[in-house]
Design a protein around this ligand. Structure first.
Ligand code: AMP
Ligand code: MG
Length: 365
């Protein structure tokens, strides 16, 4: 059975101290069990990072490949120095600017980090989340938490407690419900272990914001491209299928996306499919009355990002048999958004309409 601690049971007020459910969650962590908890990015599935048996349960619960390392979540600078070596001025100034927040910093690891956490790598990714419940759980447990996203491997990351329950109900003992995640995409993974700093995975902190501190910052090509079997990914997680809905999803790219989306939709209907479109509010208006799941305004890509994982789960619940999504510019928040969307679609893209059908190539839409 999975206990779900509700937001009202987790309210912290200064007079009564920590809520009972948080003590219970921290006790489970100390006993080597798993607890799902909210962060500002997505819900995490946490275990005591120093306990290899507890961490092994994460891989089992998620069905996660064991070559995909976990991020370790901390609540103090002391925890960081116990886990990572080579914390120099550059690393410290980034932590000062972006922690607590959605930035994971990869550095050489100390002997305190078990192999199972880093999938055998000699580096460790560490971040300090900003969600008060995450910080309270880490502090009360008294140990850093190894925590990937709390979904079954390959599924969209959970941004609500209900999404965690859908994937992990009956598998883990406890979920802390802190409401919807504000950022809604995972952290930016920044590798500082080499001479040149590299973004291994775009996320909640933009490349542009990091460049102000790291003018020589590079972005790993896996951010927007699939890796061939031969290429060795610097960030092993990037090579696995991710975030995928259960039905086929195709991303529409290039000019005049509304025309292409309309064509793909109507063509699918003709073939007896039940299509659904993943779009911004503006595009949905143009495509009315075709069925759209909307993500917010195209002028607010942070908001669109925060709605993406819920919408990908919504595709599965919609009863549709095929889905098409609008695409976004790969700048600012758009880079992490397109990184997730491309993986969800298995890099399936389309950028033409069938020119035989001239209706769709006109400016009708
Ligand atoms: P998740 O826990 O599902 O958010 O995935 C964690 C991501 O961080 C994966 O894509 C990993 O490849 C990446 N990551 C974690 N630790 C390291 C590390 N030591 N070196 C490189 N990438 C890492
Ligand atoms: Mg994940």
């Amino acid at each position: 059975m999975t206990i779900v601690a509700s937001p009202s049971e987790l309210k912290c007020d200064s007079s009564s101290g920590l809520p009972v459910k948080l003590f219970q969650a921290a006790r489970l962590i100390r006993q080597g069990e798993l607890v799902a908890f909210p962060t500002e990015t997505v819900y995490g599935l946490g275990a005591n990072a120093a306990n290899p048996d507890a961490v092994a349960k994460i891989f089992q619960a998620k069905g996660r490949p064991t070559d995909n390392p976990l991020i370790v979540h901390i609540a103090s600078a002391d925890m960081w120095t116990a886990l990572a070596r080579g914390i120099n001025d550059r690393a410290l100034s980034l932590a000062e600017r972006f922690w607590p927040g959605p930035l994971t910093i990869v550095l050489p690891r100390t002997d305190a980090v078990p192999d199972v956490v880093t999938a055998g790598l000699d580096t460790v990714g560490v971040r300090m989340p900003s969600h008060p419940l995450a910080l309270a759980l880490i502090r009360e447990s008294g140990c850093p938490l190894a925590a990937p996203s709390a979904n079954r491997s390959g599924r969209p990351s959970p941004t609500t407690a209900q999404a965690v329950l859908d994937d992990m109900g009956g598998i883990i003992p406890m979920i802390l419900d802190g409401g919807s995640c504000s950022v809604g995409v995972e952290s930016t993974v920044l590798d500082l272990s080499g001479v040149t700093p590299v973004v291994l995975r775009p996320g909640g902190v933009t490349v542009e914001a990091l460049r102000e501190y790291l003018p020589d910052l590079a972005v790993d090509p896996s951010a927007l491209a699939p890796l061939s079997d031969i290429q060795r990914a610097a960030s092993p997680g990037m090579k696995h299928r991710h975030y995928a809905p259960r039905i086929p999803l195709t991303i529409v790219t290039g000019e005049r996306q509304a025309n292409i989306l309309a064509y793909q939709y109507d063509n699918a209907v003709t073939k007896g499919e039940t299509p659904v479109l993943l779009t911004t509010n503006e595009t949905a208006q143009v495509l009315f009355p075709r069925r759209c799941i909307t993500l917010g305004s195209r002028n607010d890509l942070e908001r669109v990002s925060s709605q993406l994982f819920g919408a990908l789960r919504g595709i599965d619940e919609s009863g549709a048999t095929v889905a098409f999504a609008e695409s976004y510019p790969v700048e600012g928040a758009g880079l992490a958004l397109m990184n997730r969307l491309l993986r969800a679609a298995g890099f399936n893209t389309v950028n033409t309409v069938n020119t035989v059908n001239s209706d769709y190539t006109s400016n009708r839409l």
